[in-house]
Design a protein around this ligand. Sequence first.
Ligand SMILES: Nc1ncnc2c1ncn2[C@@H]1O[C@H](COP(=O)(O)OP(=O)(O)O)[C@@H](O)[C@H]1O
Ligand SMILES: [Mg+2]
Length: 363
Amino acid sequence: MKINSLYLKNFRNYLEETVEFNGGINILTGANAQGKTNIAEAVFFLCTGYSPRANKDKLLIRNGEERAEIKGNATSIYGDVSVKIGFNTKDKKTVYINGVQTLKIGELLGNIHSVFFNPGELKLVQESPEDRRRFLNVSLSQMSKSYFYALARYNKILAQRNNLLKDPEKYIIRETLPIWDRQLTTEAGKIIKARNDFLEKIAPIAETEHALLSGGKESLTMKTESGYYGTEEEIAFALYEDLKVALEKDMRLGFTTIGPHRDDIKFLLNGLDAKVYGSQGQQRTIALSLKIAETETFKERFGEYPILILDDVLSELDKKRQKKLINRVSNMQTIFTTTNIDRTVFKGVDYTKITVENGRIKR
Ligand SMILES: Nc1ncnc2c1ncn2[C@@H]1O[C@H](COP(=O)(O)OP(=O)(O)O)[C@@H](O)[C@H]1O
Ligand SMILES: [Mg+2]
């Protein structure tokens, strides 16, 4: 998968700009706060409709403007695809795929694949389970629309269930819940099964990538803790039974205490919890290994690599690791951002340099 060109209008600090990429290594370079990450962010947004660093679309619209637009052309092994996303401060996004408007945002997913990594992704290891679930959700949604829709339905039913749990009339809860729980656990079965399959695939790859990046000095083990295994139906059934057991507690607390919305992933370095014992550098290497492993799962699923976006990653690695990383990603389109290009690291490597200055591409 390769993005060929990107058009931005009123996106972040860009008024109107077009960026051309090559199919290999691209380096966005320039001083701080010029708009390098904004481009990286726009590419990911084009693929997923989701910004890796802003939780509200309106933050992406150039200050003082009403409406932003991102367009891009990409090439996959199946041919060319063009995507256009428009959004304003109030309404929902409008999405066009190959010129045809799609009304469901889920239809955007899977057209252009990308994996985004920046120093903020350290939260994957450091922060709350929610960040790790987001990783699973974003990644799995790009790989399967049915995951995306199951998750959307699950979240909707879960919100209704949690509302119901707060009802003072306990008999109403007891009467209504079984119906909700059938639907809830059906969706949960799909979600947990997909996550189990994904983690089963990605864990050994991440462990290998980690050995490569860390020079084999440390060994990574990834574990999930959902506690539900088997087919979708088996998982749904087991969770349904567990929900019955948890009902008294759920009513007391006023929310649903078990289910995929509580899942987590554990990272162990040489057997110790990396969240607690890992240094910042070790945690960064884990997060990066996980993202590179993610590119392999795309390759396996779709027969080609996604676009790999590595924002501000080079500056955080020593030269040896930078070289290793560049070598490692040479088989896929990669977009780096960096304040300066170390020529000794990129010696003998083909790349396109894109210089960014104050919301403009310097030509
Ligand atoms: N909605 C917005 N409207 C206008 N400018 C913005 C908006 N959001 C961010 N910026 C500007 O974008 C710049 C940061 O861009 P960024 O891509 O993060 O920089 P860097 O080149 O360091 O990666 C800052 O100057 C910031 O003020
Ligand atoms: Mg930046």
